[in-house]
Design a protein around this ligand. Structure first.
Ligand code: SIN
Length: 324
């Protein structure tokens, strides 16, 4: 008799993993989001014996990921996770904004079953296409995971949604945890868990004892009514003119990627304080690849150890929540 909860649902959203090029040696001149998720699965013989369902939620290059697709994706993930027969979800995605989607889904759903996002750095037609192995590995992780939460699987590495960052524009192992280590690795169809807190074989524990789920209902409003949150940088010669331009246009929140430990040029800080005085929410992150921004009573609010793009997700949710 079949295990009652061994079904994996694979949701397709596009990306290079579903991309095709005219020439197999062309790793960059391809079109993303050309193949359906069912075609990606059908190309992997090892998945033929698995209990799988596929659903095409979107078909886009993830540089164009948008709030409406996030809403739909979160709703489809939640719907499938609520089915008792579903052990976990796999999502195929583009690599470019994968870390934002991973963090968004973790914060909105805080799933108690595994939601595994995978992608590829080479199109499906490439000589060395990494998509099929990544999709197979992601399916293995969704089946073997005893932890809930959003995980990212690429190049045999498992990284959690909080830590994951795209750190390289071209190479196959383009993702790394910002700090700390990998959650685990996938080797020949077996998951080897590395993260110390995960070693006791507890049944589905939440991977990130972070914050409770923000909740689907609170992101359900029309995306036209979502807050406008922009990201800007401190840099040499930064005078805050961008902040003033955004204020003139209308903006609800600003995440600033400061230098080092979130430092800001005098001109940028003055402009941000002016924006804050006008009711714009401000968070200070860092343009460094990793590390926290220290909080201080005298400085603008810190985003902690969140990267600018994840701080932006956090701010979007805070602003959505405050206007409930
Ligand atoms: C995308 O992000 O959709 C295109 C690039 C990629 O998947 O590597």
């Amino acid at each position: 008799m079949q295990n009652t909860s061994d079904l994996i649902v694979i949701l397709g959203t596009g990306g290079t993993i579903a991309g095709t090029a005219v020439d197999a040696s062309d790793n960059v001149g391809y079109s993303a989001a050309q193949l359906g998720v069912a075609q990606l699965v059908a190309a992997i013989p090892m998945l033929a014996a698995r209990r799988l369902e596929t659903e095409q939620v979107a078909q886009l290059d993830s540089k164009d990921m948008d709030f409406a697709t996030w809403q739909r994706l979160a709703e489809r993930v939640a719907t499938h996770l609520a089915r008792p027969e579903v052990a976990g979800i796999v999502i195929t995605h583009g690599t470019d904004t994968l870390e934002e989607t991973a963090y968004f889904l973790q914060r909105v759903l805080a799933p108690s079953k595994p939601v595994v996002i995978t992608a590829a750095m080479r199109p499906a037609t490439a000589l060395l296409s990494d998509g099929p192995q990544n999709l197979l590995d992601a399916t293995v992780v969704a089946l073997q995971s005893f932890v809930g939460g959003v995980l990212v699987v690429l190049g045999g590495a498992i990284i959690d949604a909080q830590q994951v960052r795209k750190v390289h524009s071209y190479r196959l192992n383009a993702f790394a945890p910002a700090e700390g280590g990998h959650v685990g690795v996938v080797e020949e169809g077996q998951v080897r868990w590395l993260s110390r807190p995960l070693l006791p074989l507890l049944p589905l524990i939440p991977l990130m004892p972070l914050m409770p789920a923000f909740g689907l209902a609170r992101i359900a409003r029309s995306v036209d009514a979502w807050p406008r949150v922009e990201i800007l940088f401190n840099h040499v010669g930064c005078d805050g003119a961008v902040v003033r331009a955004l204020l003139a246009q209308g903006v609800d929140g600003l995440v600033v990627a400061g230098t080092g430990n979130g430092s800001l040029s005098s001109g940028l800080e003055a402009a941000l304080r002016q924006a804050q005085a006008q009711g714009v929410m401000i968070l200070r992150s860092t343009r460094c690849d990793a590390g926290p921004v220290s909080a201080s009573e005298t400085a603008l609010p810190s985003a902690g150890a969140l990267s600018p793009v994840k701080a932006r997700v956090e701010m979007l949710l805070t602003l959505l929540g405050s206007s409930d």
